[in-house]
Design a protein around this ligand. Structure first.
Ligand code: ZN
Length: 109
């Protein structure tokens, strides 16, 4: 998720957050993987700068949302010194996180 809020935050382009999946064999998925497609045992927030959250979430839909919010609360806000950011209004989520619910919708002829 990329910051797109109303005020410029210097350096914010260096901190694009994502949900990383912890897998049973001890790996962690990266920014180019959809954590929901991995054999996840947990989700956690991560950032392209290398940061990974200490807090793990259950790997389900709510856990995915919680990890996105944790990226803002646990990393982006402290690093940029920008409190009171709204993850929903001030960030552009990964495309997959937006359209995922529609993946199973049948195409119209
Ligand atoms: Zn970062």
């Amino acid at each position: 998720m990329l910051y797109i809020g109303p005020v410029e935050i210097p350096g914010s382009d260096d901190h694009e957050g994502f949900v990383s999946a912890d897998t049973a064999d001890g790996r962690a998925t990266g920014i180019w993987s959809d954590a929901r497609r991995a054999p996840a045992v947990a989700y956690r927030a991560a950032c392209e700068c290398g940061w990974r959250d200490d807090v793990a979430f259950v790997p389900d839909r709510l856990g995915h949302s919680a990890a996105l919010r944790a990226f803002v609360d646990h990393h982006f806000s402290p690093v940029t010194g920008s409190p009171a950011l709204d993850p929903v209004r001030h960030f552009l989520p990964a495309w997959a996180a937006v359209v995922g619910a529609r993946e199973l919708a049948p195409a119209m002829a």
